[in-house]
Design a binder for this molecule. Structure first.
Ligand code: AP5
Ligand code: ZN
Length: 217
């Protein structure tokens, strides 16, 4: 199966994708994570993407599609993927349709996580991630059980993202509304859209999402 998670920065795409990955034995494919890995290893694409990401802008379609394309063709993705943060423009959505035609897969559901902009700054500014296993946390909404220690792997190396400041979050939200929100209509027209209220507690959203995924796969 191919599932798409749509939603602005901080909507909970990563949080929910990681839970779906475990529950349905799918692969979470986050273009944000793939780009951050490219920046960290200093590949050519990473060098080009770094300043754009720090400014809260979208990386070029050309770079993102190439990265996604390579990852999607790795053998583990054959069991099914959750696309987290891709597609983000109409050009990317069309490229995905073309790519899936060549692999013989199709989109089971595009799920829009619907939230209020005003809450997103709080969600993003409290976010941190385990450097050991990648589990995501939040100072207030999802704290670790022991201070500064990952519940899952015990690592004490916690990371915060350089684009998670209030100023850049506003620009990322702007990019979402200008360039990504039109995809809601794109997938509605394709008959694949499901909307989920993503303002409630993480567990409630997870069960609403599971209901959609079970029906669609
Ligand atoms: P990316 O890494 O995709 O970031 P994003 O879309 O801005 O999304 P986030 O990761 O910030 O949020 P999320 O929805 O995953 O929320 P999370 O679950 O962490 O992209 C980064 C950059 O890369 C982009 O700006 C762009 O430059 C570039 N890029 C990436 N893909 C691209 C593409 N396709 N094309 C072009 N450029 C691209 O949750 C946030 C926090 O809230 C966490 O702390 C979590 O614990 C907490 N939380 C989650 N759910 C809830 C809840 N229900 N209640 C309370 N707290 C919650
Ligand atoms: Zn961990």
């Amino acid at each position: 199966p191919v599932l798409i998670l749509l939603g602005p920065p901080g909507a909970g795409k990563g949080t929910q994708a990681r839970m779906l990955e475990e529950k349905y034995a799918l692969i979470q494919l986050s273009t944000g994570d793939l780009l951050r890995a490219a920046v960290a290893t200093g590949t050519e694409a990473g060098q080009r993407a770094k300043a754009v990401m720090e400014a809260g802008d979208l990386v070029s379609d050309e770079i993102v599609i190439a990265i996604l394309h390579d990852r999607l063709r790795e053998p583990d993705c054959a069991k099914g993927v959750i696309l987290d943060g891709f597609p983000r423009t109409t050009v990317q959505a069309e490229a995905l349709d073309a790519l899936l035609q060549t692999t013989g897969q199709q989109i089971n559901a595009a799920i829009s996580l619907e939230v209020e902009d005003a809450a997103m700054v709080d969600r993003i500014s409290g976010r941190f991630t385990c450097g050991g296993c990648g589990e995501g946390y939040h100072d207030r909404f999802k704290p670790t059980a022991k201070p500064n220690t990952c519940d899952k792997c015990g690592s004490t190396e916690m990371k915060r993202r350089s684009d998670d400041n209030a100023e850049t979050v506003e620009l990322r939200l702007q990019a979402y509304h200008d360039q990504t929100a039109p995809l809601i209509t794109y997938y509605e027209n394709a008959g694949a859209l499901n909307r989920i209220d993503a303002m409630g507690p993480i567990g409630k959203i997870a069960s609403d999402l599971s209901a959609v995924v079970s029906k669609a796969t």
